[in-house]
Design a protein around this ligand. Structure first.
Ligand code: SF4
Length: 417
């Protein structure tokens, strides 16, 4: 028996691709192992979106050198955003790696290997990731993604519908449609279908209970789209909508294509169109030239918007991007850390208050699995819920009465739906 080990870093796109790669390898006779040392094939699915992530990927690659020396038959493959078009340079730097393939290039890889099989998970999780668009056309000034994943490339509607039907047949109950910017889905396809049309088609699939999608770009979320979200009963009322900064000059320098006021109005419209909608956002602190006053504007907007979750990152220059070429990384690391911690502390309080509002209420949870002896799953608004129950519940929809809450999770008692 041959074993494979996949080490996945970064975003939901990488997670979706690793899941598919694992499934494909299993059809070729490989078995997964948690222990890299006993694997015959190791795949590093890398992320370089932050400097720290790139360092981790490179140090992992270097550590594999020793393993390869002691086991020359070990095959090592690298994919994800570390792999750019300059594969020759990577091959020179890492001669112990057998194969580099670009993000999303799994079909090419399968064609090269020349073996049959599909990349869909045989036994998908009740909540499964489905990539719908690769790449990004936005070129935000700090972001390496468009250089590594290329321009936007949407998968045809029929292909996605057929895939989701197949996944539902194999046991999936919820799909999360993933892409760097899912709201620009379809503009590169004949007939220019949009995300609302895709959601409408998926909404009709029998046996599929819930549909999620991420990430959305604020400039691409239209009022018609919000109405479609509200109308389609399987589409979960949850949006991942990165703000990045509350200051207009910083947003302009980031090339985000909206102002703080436009973001504020968008959230207002969404909350009006989709009652109870949960919003997750992302913020970058310490962007080149960010003053204390500009940071304060971000802090104020985060306080005002009261999002359900906020992911905060400290800016780090990524070679090849406009920001790294033309803007000095002027905010000291200690100051970036202080700003990050201030937003995190603020959000912890906001999230705790929002979740406390659910105490005593009944929520519907799609059970995904067990962690430390307790079942866990998510509500319609993507809140993580833990509860105890003696029966096998994976893949079932359970009613849970919430009795304990924290900023990042809920706990409760299950009752039959
Ligand atoms: S929208 Fe901006 S931040 Fe997001 S992937 Fe595209 S370029 Fe990067």
């Amino acid at each position: 028996m041959a074993y494979y080990h996949i080490w996945t870093m970064g975003c939901q796109m990488n997670k979706a691709e690793s899941e598919r790669l694992g499934s494909y390898l299993e059809q070729q006779g490989y078995q997964a192992t948690e222990a890299a040392e006993e694997a015959d094939l190791i795949v590093l699915n890398s992320c370089v979106v932050r400097h720290s992530a790139e360092n981790r990927a490179l140090s992992r690659l270097n550590s594999l050198k020793t393993l390869k020396r002691s086991r020359p038959n070990l095959a090592i493959a690298v994919t994800g955003c570390l792999v750019d078009s300059e594969v020759g340079e990577l091959e020179r730097r890492f001669p112990h790696v057998d194969l580099f393939f670009g993000p999303g290039a799994l079909p090419d890889l399968m064609a090269r290997v020349g073996r049959r099989g599909d990349a869909l998970p045989r036994h998908p999780s009740p909540s499964t990731l489905v990539p719908i668009i690769q790449g990004c056309d936005n070129f935000c000034s700090y972001c390496i993604v468009p250089y590594r994943r290329g321009r936007e490339h949407s998968r045809p509607v029929e292909e996605i519908v057929a895939e989701v039907e197949e996944l539902v047949g194999r046991g999936a109950r919820e799909v999360s449609l993933v892409g760097q910017n899912v709201n620009s889905y379809g503009h590169d396809l004949p007939g220019r279908p949009d995300l609302a049309q895709l959601l409408t088609r998926l909404n009709e699939i029998a046996g599929l209970w819930r549909i999620r999608f991420l990430t959305s770009h604020p400039k691409d979320v239209s009022p018609e789209f919000a109405r479609a979200m509200a109308r389609l009963e399987k589409v979960c009322p949850h949006l991942s909508l990165p703000l990045q900064s509350g200051d207009d000059d910083i947003l302009r320098a980031m090339r985000r294509g909206y102002t703080g006021e436009q973001y504020r109005q968008l959230i207002g419209r969404l909350r009006q169109a989709i009652p109870g909608v949960a919003i997750s956002t992302d913020v970058i602190v310490g962007f080149p030239g960010e003053t204390e006053e500009q940071f304060q504007r971000t802090l104020d907007l985060v306080a005002e918007m009261r999002c359900d979750t906020v992911h905060v990152a400290a800016y780090s220059p990524r070679p090849g991007t406009l920001a790294s070429r033309e803007m000095a990384d002027s905010v000291p690391a200690a100051e970036k850390k202080r700003r990050r911690q201030r937003i995190e502390a603020l959000e912890e309080g906001i999230a705790a208050e929002i979740n406390a509002g659910l105490r005593g209420k009944a929520v519907k949870v799609l059970v995904e699995g067990k962690r430390r002896g307790r079942w866990y799953g998510r509500t319609l608004t993507a809140k993580l819920v833990f509860f105890s129950h003696g029966a096998e519940l994976r893949g079932q929809l359970m009613g849970v009465r919430v009795d304990k809450t924290g900023p990042w999770w809920l706990e409760g008692m299950a009752f039959e739906e």
